[in-house]
Design a protein around this ligand. Structure first.
Ligand SMILES: [Zn+2]
Ligand SMILES: [Zn+2]
Length: 332
């Protein structure tokens, strides 16, 4: 089968992905073998390919927003049959025994493993997934539309919850890519007023079309104080700006797995009056299922830019250069 792997991490513009022909993987006894129908391109893939994240597996195949068809079932798997459409997401395995797993916070499990970082993912014709971590997918979406829901959607929804937006509150969204445009629709559906700050004019246009109250440049101040904000852009410089835009008691949730350096904070300007700064780390399977259920009940508009699998490198380079509005999706 075809696969694109990260042989030597480096700038996306220099082509860190290498196309190889490899044997189709065999599923472990508790895994499914999946034929990839669509695989979203997430910013985390870019961090893996460019070396912002440490190498966990040499020559890893990225891709953790996989919509696929089950074509092989490990001998110990129950509950899945060949031919079903399933989703493969970022969270791949957790230990099930540590204090975090036991209290329902498996996203913090120190022994957790991730698709497309610790194990080969979906930039390929086939991939595998532990059946316990595979997801059933909602109806009403194409394969291409479903792919971004599997990380961008799940993480955006988790970040929105971490931001603790009060009912009918004012939400600021910094950066407006795949994850942000989905989380924004969830917030709007829940009655929030949303203000978007992004440097991309095309993304500002998409935000306004989706119904946000205002859209301005990334460093601009929103037109009113915010009860909560989510930082989707991986830009540490925006942390003090977003904190300053919060009203008393507001919360800023940083959604990315990687952030450039955060400048020094001033206690009075950025944190006093009980403003809260917190991170968002992966998600639990419960989070994922709650979001996918919500996406089934409330149709989300998924803005996608399809690329043939052969052009995986172009998709990463376009994401790095901010040339994508919405979410890039690879189609084998
Ligand atoms: Zn654990
Ligand atoms: Zn992701």
């Amino acid at each position: 089968m075809r696969a694109f792997r990260v042989h030597r991490p480096g700038p996306a513009a220099e082509g860190p992905l290498e196309r190889v022909e490899v044997a189709t993987p065999a599923p472990a006894p508790d895994e499914l073998l999946v034929r990839v129908l669509a695989c979203g391109v997430c910013r985390t893939d870019l961090h893996v390919a460019e070396g912002d994240l440490p190498v966990h597996r040499r020559d890893v195949v990225p891709g953790h927003e996989v919509v696929g068809r089950v074509v092989g079932v490990g001998e110990r798997v129950r509950g899945f049959v060949e031919g079903e459409r399933v989703g493969v997401a970022w969270l791949r395995r957790t230990c099930g025994e540590c204090r975090f797993c036991r209290r329902g916070a498996e996203n913090l499990c120190p022994r957790s493993l991730y698709t497309g970082w610790d194990a080969d993912g979906g930039y390929a014709d086939h991939t595998t997934v532990p059946a316990d971590y595979a997801h059933r997918l909602p109806e009403g979406y194409t394969d291409t539309e479903l792919a971004p829901l599997l990380c961008a959607g799940i993480i955006g929804h988790h970040a929105l919850r971490r931001a603790e937006l009060p009912a009918g509150g004012r939400l600021g969204v910094y950066g407006f890519g795949g994850s942000a445009h989905l989380a924004t629709q969830v917030a709007l559906a829940q009655g929030a007023t949303v203000h978007v700050m992004t440097r991309s004019p095309a993304a500002r246009e998409l935000a306004l079309r989706l119904g946000v109250a205002s859209a301005q440049d990334a460093a601009d101040r929103p037109p009113e104080p915010l009860d909560a904000a989510i930082l989707f852009a991986p830009v540490g410089d925006l942390v003090p700006r977003a904190l300053e835009a919060l009203d008393r008691g507001g919360t800023l949730a940083v959604a990315g797995i990687h952030l450039t350096e955060v400048p020094p904070l001033d206690y009075q300007r950025h944190l006093f009056q009980e403003r809260t700064l917190r991170s968002v780390t992966s998600n639990t399977r419960t989070d994922a299922r709650a979001f996918l259920r919500l996406a089934g009940e409330h149709h989300l508009e998924v803005s996608t830019v399809p690329y043939p699998l052969e052009h995986a490198g172009d998709a990463l380079a376009d994401l790095a250069a901010d040339r994508i509005t919405g979410a890039a999706v690879l189609v084998p």
